[in-house]
Design a protein around this ligand. Structure first.
Ligand SMILES: Cc1cc2nc3c(=O)[nH]c(=O)nc-3n(C[C@H](O)[C@H](O)[C@H](O)COP(=O)(O)OP(=O)(O)OC[C@H]3O[C@@H](n4cnc5c(N)ncnc54)[C@H](O)[C@@H]3O)c2cc1C
Length: 293
């Protein structure tokens, strides 16, 4: 696999990036960490004559707390995400996913923006961000707009980004009291293996210890992360228990829409979903301070 010949551009500000996107034509690609794009260019899954690096665009960097909500710049690397003290406490579940991703060398350059913009079915950050009600901020010449992350991912490798847009940040609202979330995934190896199946769960406990709300998100078993509506509704209003979570897992097994490939058959993936749902719900309840009977 050889790198095709492309014209390389470097933007240092967002307006400069928008000018370049306008000037370079429809197939132009934005480059962040390059851990997806360079592989796709070499494999010819993506073809373009122009690549615009945004790695020096300061507006896309940094993690900050704003009125309790977490704003993560699109260029934040997975390592920066993992190591940020701002994630301690309520935003911890995002770390679950960051720590499971790839290996250190990849995490040091791979960005959160690239993980979302790639829109591959097994990406690790989208499911937990959906379970935590994150929003995606999209910058264009006309200003910034934001969409809930579940409306950002449209299909395999298809997002709400227009060809002149740049994903600028992700915001995660401050988790309410008695909220807990967790991400569980299965890969074929400890490191550098993408998810064969994964599940994120976000729950909120009522004062009597029952599950007031629950969002169970299945990943790598459908074209885009899928909220398992039936499994989520089975647990709502109920006291957390292993038996309840087993029933939710069975419902989610039926809601998954997996493919068979070299990493596992569709039926193996469904089995994984049934188990991962139970693990994610249990951890989420424990994080919320609840007990599982
Ligand atoms: C060995 C290896 C292991 C991996 N393991 C995992 C894994 O375990 N889990 C996982 O989820 N992923 C994994 N990946 C995939 C990859 O590392 C991640 O998806 C990463 O987060 C992509 O970010 P990036 O900055 O490298 O994106 P890039 O490769 O720079 O870009 C990816 C895509 O997003 C677009 N893009 C990037 N940033 C923006 C932006 N701000 N605005 C608009 N468009 C943008 C690019 O144009 C391109 O189409 C792995 C990759 C490799 C090579």
């Amino acid at each position: 696999m050889y790198m095709p010949s492309v014209e390389f551009h470097q933007a240092t500000t967002l307006p400069e990036a928008f000018d370049l996107l306008q000037a370079c034509g429809p197939s132009t690609r934005v480059l962040a960490g390059g851990t997806d794009l360079l592989v796709d260019l070499k494999a010819k899954r993506v073809t373009t004559d122009h690549v615009i690096s945004i790695t020096r665009v300061g507006e896309l960097k940094g993690i900050a707390l704003d009125n309790g909500s977490l704003r993560i710049g699109a260029l934040t690397t997975i390592t920066q995400l993992d190591e940020s003290p701002l994630l301690e406490g309520g935003f911890d579940p995002i770390r679950d996913a960051a720590r499971l991703m790839a290996v250190r060398q990849i995490r040091n350059v791979a960005t959160i923006g690239g993980n979302l913009a790639s829109a591959v079915p097994c990406a690790d950050l989208p499911p937990i961000l959906i379970a935590m009600n994150a929003r995606v901020h999209i910058a264009s010449r006309d200003g910034e707009r934001e969409v809930p992350i579940k409306e950002f991912l449209l299909d395999v490798r298809k997002t709400a980004l227009d060809r002149h847009d740049i994903l600028s940040a992700i915001t995660v609202p401050q988790p309410p009291p008695q909220f807990g979330a967790a991400y569980e995934r299965f890969g074929l190896r400890e490191g550098n293996a993408i998810a064969v199946a994964a599940v994120a769960a976000g729950i909120r406990l009522a004062t009597d210890g029952t599950l007031e709300t629950a969002t169970i998100v299945l990943s790598a078993v459908s074209p885009i992360p899928k909220i398992a509506l039936q499994a989520s509704s089975i647990v709502q209003g109920q006291h957390p228990s292993d038996d309840l979570f087993a029933r939710a897992g069975e419902a989610a097994r039926g809601e998954a829409d997996p493919i068979s490939d070299i990493r596992g058959s569709a039926s193996f993936r469904r089995d994984l979903v049934a188990v991962l749902v139970q693990r994610a719900l249990k951890k989420a309840v424990e994080r919320a301070g609840g007990d599982v009977l």
